[in-house]
Design a protein around this ligand. Structure first.
Ligand code: DOR
Ligand code: ZN
Ligand code: ZN
Length: 358
């Protein structure tokens, strides 16, 4: 067995559910899932209950995180039309501003131009703006990036038209970046019959031609792979309508290693997409003596049994993958060892091991 040593991965798009959704995931269970997936830094989204839109909630959430996290965690501030004056004061405790232009889980939504302009004027220029933008909302985001000459990062791009628009914007030299999720690379709308509510997320699964377009842009236009890890309980997913979202921290690396094995991208490109680029785009601090070991040839079947996410399921259960995480080392300490026979022995980090960023 030849093991590869890669840098600790960074997931710039995770839902950790604190405050208010701790029955779906906690800071400890979510960061456990991160370490089990090879991620040593994750950035948590602000669509919590209450959402991360004011200073006191962000400060309280940072304090809760510091006691509980097993890897490094940064928080996003959320944009809200009611809290525009507060925006500059939220930058110090967060890694970026998240603007939701389209409907998804939770109440955060900004879809009027006056609020968007205020966000771009008030959010400090040295901190990134990230957008949930689908369809023509991507064009709105590109227009704002051009008009304000400041970077905009597009979350979970999933359609051929969207990735082609971003490619065109990049060709014009506009400061835009984007991420794609493993579920939009490995599943299509055809899987929704089989998966039922477990295949429901925003953006929804797309057509094969969309997925093919994403793969065509994997070594050019796409900057990052991000999980959009969005845990909901199985009971919640049975509701009508189900809450949108799927967990992904523990399946992203084996899926992307499988794509390397199949010759769809190089291992160097995987490292750029899952470690180097996310760290550069979000200006994340280096983690000394931090790395993962993977066995690129280990074939196994993805199973819900082995997961550390509190929600306990994955839409990829039953899929055979090639490539497995063996060990995660954070600042010189082995924090996850997949070779231990008992699941309860594999996680070696204590709550508080991680740092809250920045
Ligand atoms: O499917 C999704 N679930 N998409 C999102 O944008 C939000 C997320 C969630 O928080 O559950
Ligand atoms: Zn989103
Ligand atoms: Zn999300």
């Amino acid at each position: 067995m030849t093991l590869l040593k890669l840098p600790g991965l960074a997931d710039i798009h995770t839902h950790l559910r604190t405050p208010g959704g701790e029955h779906k995931e906690t800071f400890t269970t979510g960061t456990a899932a991160a370490l089990a997936g090879g991620f040593t830094t994750i950035l948590a989204m602000p669509n919590t209950h209450p959402p991360l839109i004011d200073r006191s909630i962000i400060d309280q959430t940072r304090q809760k995180a510091q006691l509980a996290i097993l890897c490094d965690v940064g928080l996003f501030a959320g944009a809200s039309a009611h809290r525009l004056d507060d925006l500059p004061g939220l930058a110090a405790g967060t890694v970026g501003l998240k603007i939701y232009l389209n409907d998804t889980f939770g109440p955060l939504r900004v879809d009027d131009l006056p609020t968007l302009l205020a966000c771009f004027r008030r959010w400090p220029r040295h901190k990134l703006i990230a957008m949930h933008a689908e369809g023509q909302s991507v064009a709105v985001g590109i227009g704002l990036a051009a008009a304000f000459r400041r970077p905009v990062h597009f979350c979970h791009i999933s359609r051929k038209t969207e990735i082609e628009l971003i490619a065109a914007a990049k060709q014009q030299g506009l400061p835009v970046t984007c991420e794609v999720t493993p579920h939009h690379l490995f599943l299509t709308r055809g899987d929704t019959d089989r998966l039922g509510p477990l295949g429901d997320m925003r953006p929804r699964l797309a057509e094969p031609e969309d997925v093919e377009a994403l793969w065509r842009h994997i070594s050019t236009t796409i900057d990052c792979i991000a999980t959009d890890h969005a845990p909901h309980t199985l009971a919640e997913k049975q509701a009508d309508p189900p809450p949108p979202g799927v967990p992904g921290l523990e399946t992203a690396l084996p899926l992307m290693l499988t794509a390397v094995h199949q010759g769809r991208l190089s291992l160097d490109r995987l490292v750029e997409l899952m470690a180097t680029n996310p760290r550069r785009i979000f200006n994340l601090p280096p983690q000394p003596d931090t790395f993962i070991e993977v066995d690129p040839r280990a074939r196994h079947v993805i199973s819900s049994e082995n997961l550390f996410t509190l929600c306990g399921w994955t839409p990829f259960a039953g899929m055979t993958v090639t490539g497995r995480l063996v060990r995660t080392v954070l600042r010189g300490q082995t924090v996850f060892d997949a070779n231990r026979p008992q699941k309860s022995q594999r996680l070696l980090a204590k709550p508080g091991t991680g740092k809250v960023l920045p």
